[in-house]
Design a binder for this molecule. Structure first.
Ligand code: TXA
Ligand code: MG
Length: 314
């Protein structure tokens, strides 16, 4: 495994069928040529990902999206409005996309990521790049190159270091049916989508979801996670227990200390999202036997953060 900063090197490896972890604005993705079945098979293997869980294909423009999917006028408008950015659309796939990439679905998930070096890789390679989050299946997504190396370093060819991810949680996945449906809440808020297309449904997570990434048990932080309804409730309990073994993931005006990771003292949900997976990761690395966290107000990015917390605690 090589840690690289040169996009040409990433292009070379991807074109020869290798695996490169790529930075995006949401989380790092494990990239491979989406149209090369053997390369895609390596992605499933490296992640230990069940073959029924389809991959998101990353492109650099709406024109490029048209090479792999049927892009309706509505889809094109959504891309124009929100991309590059944390929006993934489920669209009818074109035949050129291997069944392995879409796990046999007649649709393909398409996204234009907002990271300059990865857009450069996509443009310069001319490839459509399949990239699931660069973590072993079921675990938290990486938001730094170091986090990728720790989790998958011995199973991939390279990590392209593009710095820490700005958004910090995965893209919002939208299926454009008669009443559009959000399959996964993410970095683009429900409110923004509703402003653009009106009413949308939200698919809830379950043990047999439409997007397998919506499994109710996902984002395992590697340490038991206990969730409280609010910071106040968390602190009330915390005052009556042995504190040394517990790491706290909190947001707002609360205590500080080496066992406490504050997502945002000013309660800014953008900042909180960008620090969520890093916070879980750091508390785990410090060796606490339990992590306590609390739900955020159910609006804006708070919805997606609450979704990740709930599933990390499952
Ligand atoms: O922000 C992101 O979306 C990141 C970065 C790397 O782009 N990628 C990501 O990929 O989160 P992954 O594989 O961890 O999650 C992709 C989700 C899965 O839940 C999968 O089931 C769903 O997308 N998905 C992919 N193709 C689908 C399809 N055709 N129909 C329904 N769901 C699909
Ligand atoms: Mg994932």
């Amino acid at each position: 495994m090589a840690l690289i900063t040169d996009s040409n090197e990433a292009v070379r490896i991807l074109k020869s069928g290798g695996l490169v972890a790529l930075p995006t604005e949401t989380v790092y993705g494990l990239g491979a040529n989406a149209l090369d079945e053997q390369a895609v098979a390596k992605v499933f293997k490296a992640k230990n990902r069940p073959s029924f869980d389809p991959l998101i294909v990353h492109v650099a423009s709406v024109d490029q999206a048209r090479l792999i999917a049927e892009v309706s006028d509505e889809a094109a408008e959504l891309f124009e409005r929100f991309s590059p950015g944390p929006l993934t659309l489920i669209l009818p796939k074109k035949q050129i996309v291997p069944d392995l990439t879409t796990s046999g679905h007649t649709t393909v998930a398409v996204r234009i990521p907002n990271h300059p070096i990865t857009l450069e890789v996509i443009r310069n390679s001319g490839l459509s790049i399949a990239a699931p989050s660069a973590n072993p299946f079921g675990y938290t997504s990486p938001t730094t190159a170091a986090h990728v190396i720790e989790q998958l370093g011995d199973r991939i060819d390279a990590v392209l270091d593009g710095g820490p991810c700005e958004v910090g949680i995965e893209s919002t996945i939208l299926e454009l049916t008669a009443t559009p449906k959000i399959l996964r809440l993410g970095g683009l808020t429900l409110e923004s989508i509703q402003e653009s297309i009106g009413n949308v449904n939200i698919e809830s997570s379950s043990s047999n979801p439409k997007a397998p990434g919506m499994l109710s048990a996902h984002y395992n932080p590697g340490v038991p996670l206990r969730l409280f309804e609010s910071l106040d409730e968390l602190l009330a309990q915390y005052n009556s227990v042995n504190k040394s073994s517990i790491g706290l993931l909190i947001m707002g005006d609360g205590p500080s200390g080496i066992n406490i990771y504050n997502l945002s003292t000013s309660e800014n949900d953008l900042e909180a999202a960008s620090r969520l997976f890093t916070g879980l990761h750091q508390l785990k690395t410090k060796g606490f036997s339990e992590i306590w966290a609390h739900y955020l107000p159910e609006k804006g990015l708070g919805r997606a953060i609450n979704d990740r917390l709930k599933r990390a605690a499952h």
